[in-house]
Design a protein around this ligand. Structure first.
Ligand code: 4AD
Ligand code: MG
Length: 482
């Protein structure tokens, strides 16, 4: 491309010293009518523009403010000042568009510290801040590394439908999709809504997971992964849940549970290493922010390690692998449980783990990422493979410090008769999933896969604490404005 980004310039400027070049960007600061800090979003670093204001009209200088958009041509020189390698001695400055200065003062573009809540209310402007620039550049790198990892390991990227008739998780947390006029629903003879008259001639919803369709593809392509938007109408207003999030779901023919855990660990470490290697400037900025945030907290609540240090430590060690049964023993016998410190006391084998329990295991007991496996069959989805004990299924969850569950997956039930019995037990309609059952009829094989919530991984690598801050336009209960 003809046009240069500031990132490109800062990285490779030697051959351009004393040449005239043109740059574009937004003003981050304009000091003493002389120094413009220009940013174009390509990097967290600003380019310094030196303006000799006597050479420009007073009118022009007066109109350059924070947030102004500029096109500047000038000579690229090595900088004498501290803090930057190069600067541009401006010869021509053009203001590209309006900047309503008074109005700008009431927005988050006003250069001062704004709360994350306020930044969320102006999500459409927060891309312009250092913090959200860093977060969304890293989000990009995480997505890119995910594709790279799978490509290098002979996985095929596959798109599964967004509108579907299936409830893959059987949890009933779906957003319906219809072309009916909601104020005038057609009824059948029984007085019920007549979905046969709807666009697809049946009830449909936004996907809660591409897994079932992904499984059918893995039964021919071997190794596949999906990476797409996922929708859940769970009314949980937490810092870890979104109504619309992005899920990555690999599915692998011939893999068992242990292969699946190995894949999850290798995959997560690859992506985190990629971010460490390729997002240095943004990570350093976030690392500093993270440390400053820790200093505001009482000593007992402070993180033991810095952000970058945390990422390096996660890569260095093998994740702890612990069965659900072992984990329940640990939780039941813990001081916290006995002293009633958990909001949900752990009383018996078979209960589902709450995020306070997961975080206790990861942050207090093992001080390491933990993979829990072999969960009780009654608290997991119908498609998970039954273990020989008759009580548990070959499920796995990867739990991360500060996050809790980051990955959920399993080996799948490949035996038709056992799968059918399980569906009956869990009231999953066989007729609806006839196509899924077909994969267990014609060359069925052991296979396994998992789902990673992209935003939860981005939370982890950026050190942010609210999932609304790592997706450009968060969809949460009562929030779909932008
Ligand atoms: O554990 P979940 O529900 O598993 C599945 O959907 C499987 N079908 C995946 C598979 O085996 N192919 O979701 C997987 C992951 C969770 O571990 C979490 O990281 C993320 O998706 N997730 C959410 N992220 C943000 N907001 C929500 N509401 C989420 N629900 C799940
Ligand atoms: Mg789960």
């Amino acid at each position: 491309m003809e046009k240069t980004t500031i990132k490109e310039l800062l990285g490779d400027y030697k051959k351009l010293i004393h040449h005239d070049i043109t740059v574009f960007g937004w003003v981050r600061a304009f000091r003493s009518n002389r120094f413009i800090a220009l940013n174009d979003g390509s990097t967290i670093n600003n380019l310094q523009i030196v303006v000799n204001f006597e050479e420009f009209s007073e009118d022009l200088i007066k109109n350059i403010n924070t947030a102004s958009s500029l096109k500047i041509t000038g000579e690229l020189v090595e900088s004498q000042g501290a803090g930057q390698s190069i600067e541009i001695l401006a010869k021509k400055i053009e203001i590209l568009g309006d900047n309503f200065f008074e109005e700008m003062q009431t927005t988050i573009l006003q250069p001062k510290k704004h709360s994350l809540e306020k930044l969320r209310e102006q999500a459409h402007l927060r891309f312009r801040t250092n913090l959200f620039g860093a977060i969304f550049r890293i989000r990009h790198s995480v997505s890119f590394a995910i594709h790279q990892y799978f490509n290098q390991n002979q996985f095929f990227y596959l798109n599964t439908p967004i509108i579907t008739g299936a409830d893959a998780e059987g949890a009933g947390e779906m957003f319906g999709v219809s072309n009916f006029d909601l104020n005038n629903l057609p009824k059948n003879e029984e007085g019920e809504v007549d979905f046969e008259q709807d666009f697809f001639g049946r009830k449909t919803n936004l996907t809660v997971s591409g897994q079932l369709e992904g499984e059918t593809a893995s039964m021919g392509l071997g190794r596949i992964y999906t990476f797409g938007p996922t929708f859940r109408a769970e009314n949980s207003n937490t810092t870890r849940h979104l109504a619309e999030f992005w899920m990555v779901e690999p599915e692998v023919a011939f893999n068992d549970l242990e292969d699946n855990i190995d894949l999850a660990e290798d995959f997560l470490k690859y992506v985190i290493q990629y971010v460490l290697d390729n997002c240095k400037d943004d990570l350093e900025f976030l690392d500093k922010r993270f440390s400053e945030e820790q200093k505001q907290k009482p000593e007992k609540d402070r993180a033991k390690e810095g952000l970058i240090e945390k990422l390096e430590n996660v890569i260095a060690k093998r994740f702890k692998r612990v069965s659900y049964t072992e984990a329940i023993e640990i939780l039941m016998n813990s001081k916290e449980n006995k002293k009633g410190k958990f909001q949900f006391p752990v009383e018996n084998w078979g209960t589902d783990l709450q995020s306070e329990h997961e975080r206790f295991l990861v942050e207090k007991h093992f001080e390491s990422p933990v993979v829990l496996f072999d969960y009780p069959k009654d608290i997991k989805a119908f498609y998970m493979r039954q273990n020989d004990d008759g009580k548990t299924v070959a499920a796995m969850d990867v739990l991360f410090p500060g996050i809790g569950e980051i990955i959920g997956g399993s080996q799948r039930e490949e035996r038709l008769n056992i799968l059918k019995a399980k569906m009956k037990e869990m009231h999953v309609d066989e007729k609806e999933l006839w196509w899924y059952l077909d994969t267990r009829k014609f060359g069925s094989v052991p296979h396994a896969g998992f789902g990673l919530g992209l935003e939860r991984l981005v939370l982890f690598v950026t050190g942010m604490t609210n999932i609304r801050d790592v997706i450009p336009f968060p969809r949460t209960p009562k929030n779909a404005e932008f």
